[in-house]
Design a protein around this ligand. Structure first.
Ligand code: GLP
Length: 237
């Protein structure tokens, strides 16, 4: 795992975006998996400005949403797919048929997950945030390292911390997530963390024991994983 540390949040955003532009230029048909959450929002805003200026393009890329919350109406602004659309997809030149996302209200979730894994094939690049308990997407502690894309129950801490994404108290208790299998099989993985709240889990991820108790620690066995930390998230390292 390569540690990429930045002195400030603006430097962190620029660093992630510079490398992302580079990957898109090297491989315009980049097959990419994207998270939501508070962490990547500023990165998406800058990338969208880059596309607007003509610096880089998504016309040949494919984007897969990393996860989705279940049990909410399709127009809930806190859903992963609505957030990704609002923060990036609707602002860039990605053809709509190459934006893949889950529909937890759809009929057969298992079949949907099988089709998602088939459509993924192999990711060129996966961007990930990190949960306070070390979860990746919605792969909670204890998830199998080879787990496929599937329906999952959220841990209580994840349910409570998702409150910040919603304007109501009807917090989702389950979701659908790209599994650790397709994540760990990606050619390249970027783990993103900013802010003091992530300092302790960042330390555990880098220095603690590698194991299923902390899904993010499994990335240390990945041959091409970079951990992007701002000074606050990296403070205990
Ligand atoms: C959420 C999401 C993850 C996200 C993580 C961190 O539960 N399911 O995909 O990366 O937690 O979120 P944040 O960036 O808001 O701290």
């Amino acid at each position: 795992m390569h540690l990429l540390r930045f002195d400030s949040l603006p430097a962190w955003v620029s660093g992630v975006c510079a490398l992302w532009r580079d990957r898109l230029r090297m491989n315009p048909a980049l097959n990419i998996c994207l998270p939501t959450g508070l962490t990547p929002a500023a990165v998406y805003a800058e990338l969208a400005r880059n596309v607007d200026r003509g610096d880089v393009s998504f016309t040949r890329a494919s984007v897969f949403a990393l996860d989705e919350f279940g049990g909410l109406p399709a127009d809930d602004p806190g859903l992963t797919r609505n957030t990704l659309r609002r923060q990036l997809v609707s602002l860039v030149d990605l053809p709509s048929e190459r934006f893949h996302c889950f529909d937890p209200n759809g009929a057969d979730i298992e079949e949907q997950c099988r089709r998602y894994d088939t459509a993924i094939g192999r990711f060129d690049l996966v961007l990930l945030g990190i949960g306070l308990n070390g979860h990746l997407g919605m792969n909670e502690p204890g998830s199998d390292a080879g787990s496929p894309t599937r329906r999952v129950d959220l841990h209580e801490t994840t349910i409570q911390s998702s409150a910040r994404y919603f304007e109501h108290g009807n917090l989702p208790r389950w979701g659908i997530t790209v599994g650790l299998g397709p994540i760990l099989a990606a050619r390249e993985v970027w783990l993103l963390a900013t802010g003091t709240a992530k300092a302790s889990v960042a330390r555990e991820t880098v220095k603690g024991e590698v194991g299923l108790h902390l899904p993010a620690s499994l990335l240390r066995n990945h041959p091409n994983c970079s951990f992007f930390l701002d000074s606050e998230a990296g403070a205990l390292l």
